[in-house]
Design a protein around this ligand. Structure first.
Ligand code: NDP
Length: 607
């Protein structure tokens, strides 16, 4: 990564001054990345579909047979996670009476519906992450909420805004077709429903479909297996709070040490008779410091506190200036570093020496700190060495735990490093094999993550036909074309939520909240003006795509240096230009100005 123009020569910081040699660390990072690069890249994984479809089945809510629906609603919101709920809330506030929420899950919550593994917590501070706290009248009980508290909050939002009224759960949309005469959408689902909706909002998530490792022989294993996002408490006993009492006499293997693995493994280590942790790449694990909410602090909060806190957090983690860091945690202490890593830019207002330090040195210092912590916590030196992450900060999602590293000090827990073999070598009827060593197990838990961006419109799993029956993906043949990521010419009254041609940040719920607010405002204005269609002009859409390209920052050098993972498409970074590179703070301001300065004239048609 190059220094900023005007920054002094990087040799200013000598290895003697620093106490480490950046060049040898770079060489070590390259070596560790090369050990893990696989020619098959993202193709190494298997879909939890077809013969592996049972891995994605809903273990929490029984499917209930129901009659197909044939009616008309004003709005259909596809997706009952926070994006859908926030939009449902804003549409309700815009005056819409008939809103139908629909999800493949058995209830609201999205990712928090599916992920109920033991130890599940949000790794973003709850006071910023859980949306609409003030509207719903709730203050989370913990600084970092357990998953069940978050799921219950999703349900509370649905109740507060009366979004249960017309829901279709355990239902997947199979086709959206625009009827120009009626100016509404025809919707078909996998439950035989055929109904109409004036507006469609698609908020179907980004990391939704569980993926399995492409381990030879995975289908020959006769023991028990499941994915972390479909936890089998019937087999393990216990609950998301732990207490997996049925594992006491079991030998358990867990594959995956990402953000999920870090939360699950302390519970498996505590409760399983024997635990093998099959690791390919160690996570960077920083301290957490979770604590119950101080009731005096909660009582002292003034109206508007959450908006202020969210804005403060977003500004800091995207490298902006704020007077006070209101959150003060492991995310905000590395805000500038995150910006530098993810966008390749350093704040030009900083003094030259500070810029150079950020650009060339801060990353090594942070990762040295993370590696030193491993050595301090893990008592066996060989195990500690294997748990040290050798890559740049933000190559993988940073994680936080006060229990994970400690788990490897337990006598019943064995770390099995698989990096030299590209992961697990194979599975047999009763064992996991790494190289030529067999580990006999009763159960294997896959903490192996999710396919990226396979749900929703871009993936083709939800066919959409717009004006004249044109398929959306056909009109996007040369790349997606939207205005601000929300809507496309030729596809009236259809909104998308998500990072595409929009902005992104680590607190993604904040991004979704801004998106929902924008959609709510556009729909409210359309109703006010009695507009028949909400549809961007082709010119407005092209101008937005050109803006994205003009602002695009090539982060491929950073991503290519990184150890493989889903952040860099398993070592083959995707081209930049499909998100707004100046970041969410600038983007949200741009949207506000667009709304205030007559932007609606570009999208409201047929008044
Ligand atoms: P990840 O994709 O981050 O991790 C998958 C893990 O499986 C990696 O450790 C990977 O190793 C390992 N793996 C895959 N294939 C093999 C194999 N063949 N052999 C051995 N190991 C293998 O998934 P997660 O579910 O952990 O996290 C996904 C995302 O979900 C996070 O990045 C985050 O965005 C979100 N999340 C958020 C949380 C929150 O608190 N907000 C909590 C949990 C998840 P390798 O790294 O070598 O590929």
């Amino acid at each position: 990564m190059s220094a900023q123009p005007g920054a002094p020569d990087r040799t200013r910081f000598t290895p003697e001054e620093l106490g480490f040699d950046p060049e040898s660390l770079r060489a070590k990072y390259r070596e560790e990345r090369d050990r893990r690069l696989r020619p098959d890249g993202a193709a190494q994984y298997r879909r939890a579909a077809g013969e592996f479809g049972y891995y994605a089945a809903d273990p929490y809510t029984a499917r209930v047979e129901r009659d197909a629906v044939h009616d008309r609603v004003e709005a259909l919101v596809v997706g009952g996670g926070f994006g859908g709920l926030l939009t449902g809330a804003r549409l309700r506030q815009a005056g819409l009476a008939d809103i139908r929420m629909l999800d493949e899950a058995g209830d609201f919550g999205g990712t928090w519906y599916w992920n109920r593994y033991p130890g599940i917590h949000c790794d973003i501070e709850s006071y910023s992450y859980l949306p609409l706290l003030e509207e719903v009248g709730y203050v989370p009980q913990w600084r970092y909420s357990p998953g069940e508290e978050i799921r219950q909050h999703a349900i509370a939002i649905a109740k507060h805004f009366d979004l249960y009224r017309d829901t279709l759960f355990h239902t997947r949309v199979t086709e959206l077709r625009w009827d120009d005469d009626a100016a509404e959408w025809q919707v078909r689902t996998d439950r035989g429903d055929a109904f109409r909706a004036r507006y469609i909002v698609v908020s179907s998530g980004t990391l939704t479909q569980p993926k399995l490792p492409g381990i030879p022989g995975i289908d020959t294993f006769r023991g028990h297996t499941f994915h972390t996002s479909r936890w089998d408490y019937g087999y393990t006993g216990g609950s998301p709070d732990g207490g997996l009492d049925r594992l006491a006499d079991k030998k358990v293997g867990v594959v995956g040490t990402g953000a999920t693995g870090i939360q699950v493994i302390p519970h498996l280590g505590r409760d399983a008779g024997q635990l093998y942790v099959f690791q390919r790449t160690p996570s960077s694990v920083d301290a957490r410091g979770n604590r119950p909410t101080d009731p005096d602090w909660a009582a002292s909060l003034k109206p508007g506190w959450q908006r202020e806190r969210m804005a403060n957090f977003l500004a800091i983690v995207t490298g902006g200036h704020v007077e006070h860091d209101l959150v003060g945690d492991g995310w905000t202490s590395t805000g500038r570093l995150q910006r530098q890593m993810l966008s390749g830019t350093v704040d030009t207002d900083l003094p030259a020496e500070e810029r150079e330090y950020l650009d060339e040195i801060a990353d090594f210092v942070k990762m040295n700190e993370i590696r030193a912590r491993v050595g301090e916590v893990v008592t066996d030196p060989a195990t500690a060495e294997l748990l040290k992450p050798w890559y740049r900060y933000m190559c993988k999602r940073p994680t936080f735990s006060d229990f994970y590293l400690q788990t490897f000090n337990r006598p019943n827990v064995t770390l099995v490093d698989t990096a030299d073999h590209g992961g697990i070598t194979r599975m047999t009827e009763n064992a996991v094999v790494v190289g030529d060593r067999e580990y006999e197990v009763d159960c294997v838990v896959f903490a192996t993550g999710f396919e990226v961006g396979v749900s929703g419109i871009l993936s083709g799993t939800l066919p959409v036909y717009g004006r004249g029956g044109t398929p959306l993906l056909q009109s996007w043949q040369r790349g997606p074309k939207t205005l601000h990521g929300f809507y496309s010419h030729g596809f009236p009254n259809l909104f998308h939520l998500g990072p595409l041609q929009n902005a992104s940040a680590v607190n993604f719920v904040h991004i979704l909240q801004e998106q929902a607010t924008h959609i709510g405002a556009v729909v409210a204005e359309a109703r006010e003006r009695d507009a028949r269609y909400i549809e961007p002009t082709a010119d407005a859409q092209e101008a937005w795509v050109a803006t994205l390209r003009a602002n695009a920052r090539d982060t491929s050098a950073f991503l290519t240096e990184c150890t493989p993972g889903y952040y860099n498409n398993e070592g083959k970074p995707r081209p930049a230009g499909n998100s707004f590179a100046p970041g969410p703070v600038v983007f949200h301001d741009l949207l506000r100005r667009w709304r205030e300065e007559g932007g609606m004239d570009d999208v409201l048609v047929g008044a």
